[in-house]
Design a protein around this ligand. Sequence first.
Ligand SMILES: [Fe+2]
Ligand SMILES: [Fe+2]
Length: 308
Amino acid sequence: MTSTSQLVQKERLVRLLLIGDIVGKPGRQIVARALPGLRIQQQLDLVVANAENAAGGSGLTPPIYHELIASGIDCVTMGDHIYRRREIFSVLESELRIVRPANYPAEAPGRRWTVVPAATEEPVVIFSLLGRIFMPPVDCPFQAAERVLAEIPADTRFVVLDLHAEATSDKQLMGRFLDGRVTAVLGTHTHVPTADEQILPGGTAYHTDVGMTGPHESILGRRIDRVLETVRTFRPTHFEVAKGDVRLHGTIVDADPRTGRAKAIRRISIDQAAADRLATLTQKAESAASGCPTANYSEGSPDPAGPR
Ligand SMILES: [Fe+2]
Ligand SMILES: [Fe+2]
C-alpha cells in the first residue's frame, strides 16, 4: 500500500497546512518549537496559520506577526478579533503575508486576498471569510467569495480559504458552494476540531474546524475559573490565557499540481511531548547541515503528526 508521503514524492503533490487559531504565548511557543521540524518531517510546502488570538488571546501585534513568520508560517489569516490591537493596521496595510476577512467593508484595513509561493514555487492564493451566524454583521460571504475568485489570476490553481465561522451549517454551505473551484475550505474560530475532514465530490478539501493551537486545559484557550466565575455571577473578570496541555492543531491538505484539486486531507494534533521530538528533529537537521554531530537524538520516535 502506498503511504501519503510516498504519493507526495511520486506525484509531487503540493502539501499545505492550516494551523488553527493560535492563542497567546503558549500557542506561539508550541508553533515555534514544533513547526520547523514539522515542515521537515511532513515535507510541507506552505503553512498558513490563523493568528487572531495570538497576542494575549485577542488580536495580533507587529512584533508577534514577525515572530510567527520567523517561526516558519508563510501566511497569516485573522478573524473577528483582527482589529483588537490597532497597531496591527500598519502590518495589514503593508505586508503581503497577511489577509483580513474578505467580507469586511472595502474601507477596512488589510488586503482581501494574497498570493504566497509554496516551496514548490506554485503560487497559492489565500483568503478568509467570516460567517454570519453569531458573528459581527458582515457582507454576504458567498458574494465576497465570488468577488475574490473573479479577481485572482485566471490561471491560479491553488486557492485556500480560511472560513472563520461559528455555525457548522455556514461552513458546510460554503464548502459545497466552492466545491471544485478552490483547493481547500478549512474552518477556524470555534477552537474545537471537528471529525469531518473530507474531499468533496468536486475535489475541494473540506474541514468544518481545524481546532485551536494553545492551552487545551481551558475554555477555548482561557482560564476555566475566570470564565466560569463571570458566566455564573456576571462579575467581569480578566479572561487570562490558560497554561495547561498546550497542543498544536491543524489540517494538512495534499493537492494535485496539475489541477489544484485536493487528493488527501488529515487532521494533526501535536502535544508538548511531540513538539519536543520535532524540536530534536530540527536540531538534528541543523547539525547535519553544519556538519556537526548531534548528541542525544533518539531514533524511532513515533510520528507525532500522524492521524489521531
Ligand atoms: Fe479564535
Ligand atoms: Fe474568531
